[in-house]
Design a protein around this ligand. Sequence first.
Ligand code: NZQ
Ligand code: ZN
Length: 389
Amino acid sequence: MLGNFTYCNPTKLYFGADSLEYLNTELPKYGDNVVLVYGGGSIKRNGLYDAVCEILNKQNKNVAEIAGVMPNPTLAKLREGIGIARNHHADLILAVGGGSVCDYSKALSVSVHCPDDPWEKYFIRFEEPDCELIPVGCVLTMVGTGSEMNAGSVITNQDTKQKIGHVFADEAVMPKFSILNPMVTMTLPYEQMVSGIYDIFNHICEQYFSGEDDCTSDYISEGLMRSVIHSADVAVQNPQDYEARSNLMWTATWALNTLVAKGKSTDWMVHMLSQAIGGVTNATHGMTLAAVSLPYYRHILPYGLHKFKRFAVNVWGVSTEGKSDTEIASEGLDCMERWMRSLGVTMHSRDLGATEQNLGRIADCVITMPGGYKVLTREEIEQILRESL
Ligand code: NZQ
Ligand code: ZN
């Protein structure tokens, strides 16, 4: 493991079927004014809203609500929420939902007391907050993003069609606590479950496919990937399998809570390509990742051959006998493709709204990252996007 790094993750996690009880432990640590943030209504249908409100009432909290946070939360919705949280003098933002609700709550946290325009400051200039932050707590309902234990926030500007994520360097942006109850995820539609599963897997890939040195993070990543593949196979057969769903929930958290990025330059180009598609089409995050992954990885395979060979052998169990390195590495991606198809994730970006006509616009929105095995040119970006159609 080469290089220098700092590791600090201040989020306290409560995990398991009984974990919501710990909201009673956390709430007294904050002031009376709570802003409850949630999505389009799934928590009302599955009973979680009532359970959370009961605890808030028991603790005599003064609650204001921000409802209707949409998948791929928008800047307009953020501006609306800033007004609500300011008027309420929020002491705590309680996010009850998936990555969108958690991301939104973090964006709100850094914006309520910020005199600048949050879009320009945080998502265009990528500045760190220099104002008071409102603490965020999460009750997670959807597995995949890792937002419950990281400082990432992805917001979509519908006017410019830009979907941009800021991973804040300041760990104060991370949730103070997150409650992870796998039972809550059982009501997820199948499509969201597999979208989240592929999101987890790709988060690990994005960090794994970088660097050349012998790095502990890669060994942890391989273990996490094998756990995701195994649990996904069980969950696809029986989505109500608690053990599989709880393993998926835990691996999602560890896939993107900064641990496996330590010592790595990290790639993130699959996410950059997918976010550009998402900004233009508003498609589901995990599906946009799935649609661009294979064209991208097959394109960079020659530049990271050693790592793709290792991936094939250590993650997919590909045998090496009588094969060239390229054949072994390619077989690994073939295994990944078969697995993705078995999940039923979207394999073509045209099924998400990308077209030959809007491809140039999507390419314009792709942010190029330097940490992977190949820094993409504009031509390569267009080629990969075209192959993803
Ligand atoms: O809005 P409701 O009605 O709650 O329905 C949601 C939503 O429609 C539904 N859902 C969530 N939990 C449910 C449920 N339905 C039934 N039962 C439940 N228990 O699922 C739908 C999707 O929810 P969403 O929060 O949008 O999904 P996800 O967790 O995948 O979050 C996606 C957002 O996170 C960003 C993505 O770009 C996207 O904007 N990401 C955040 C990251 C981070 N913070 O580090 C990293 C990721 O790479 C990602 O970019
Ligand atoms: Zn992701």
